[in-house]
Design a protein around this ligand. Structure first.
Ligand code: SAM
Length: 157
């Protein structure tokens, strides 16, 4: 069965994620991830497994209209919240292991707190960008994505 058929959240869960978990856990790290990746105006930025889109939103603020930001997630309910909160960003439903973009479509590919959900992380490594920056718990050696490891990760002030 395809991933899209097995992991769908409810609208209530997605709204709770945005109102509770994003401010408590995820919003703090999105600027650090954008710093590490060197997100800046003019770039094409992909946020893989974007959830309700906190990383894509921070990236869009940094691009300030110059460039392209796309958020991709498996869950339509998460994307519905993302579209409501930030309609000017491009939100697409898709599987990280089969990203619907041709090679070299992006300058930066970001992934925050989601790598651990991908069954085959090597497949999830995007050919669409040679420089990928996930923040996630440590993964096995098969993952060749560049990681923001605890040693490199900036501490919140
Ligand atoms: C803990 S949330 C993190 C969301 C977001 N990156 C953030 O920082 O708030 C994990 C997200 O990964 C998504 N996800 C899990 N497996 C996925 C896959 N194979 N492809 C795309 N998205 C996936 C889930 O739908 C969920 O929105």
């Amino acid at each position: 069965m395809a991933q899209t058929e097995t992991f769908q959240l409810s609208a209530v869960a997605a709204e709770a994620y945005e109102s509770t978990f994003v401010p408590a856990l995820f919003a703090e790290w999105a600027p650090h991830l954008c710093d590490l990746a060197g997100v800046r105006p003019g770039q094409r930025v992909l946020d893989v497994a974007c959830g309700t889109g906190i990383v894509a939103r921070v990236a869009a603020d940094r691009l300030a209209g110059a460039g392209r930001v796309v958020g991709v997630d498996l869950n339509e309910a998460m994307l519905a919240v993302a579209r409501r909160v930030r309609p000017d960003v491009e939100w697409r439903q898709g599987d990280a292991e089969a990203l619907p973009f041709p090679p070299a479509s992006f300058d930066r590919v970001l992934c925050q707190m989601a790598l651990m959900f991908f069954p085959d992380r090597a497949r999830a490594r995007p050919s669409s960008c040679p420089r990928a920056w996930p923040i996630s718990p440590p993964t096995g050696p098969s993952s060749r994505w560049r990681r923001a490891t605890p040693a490199r990760r900036p501490r919140p002030s």
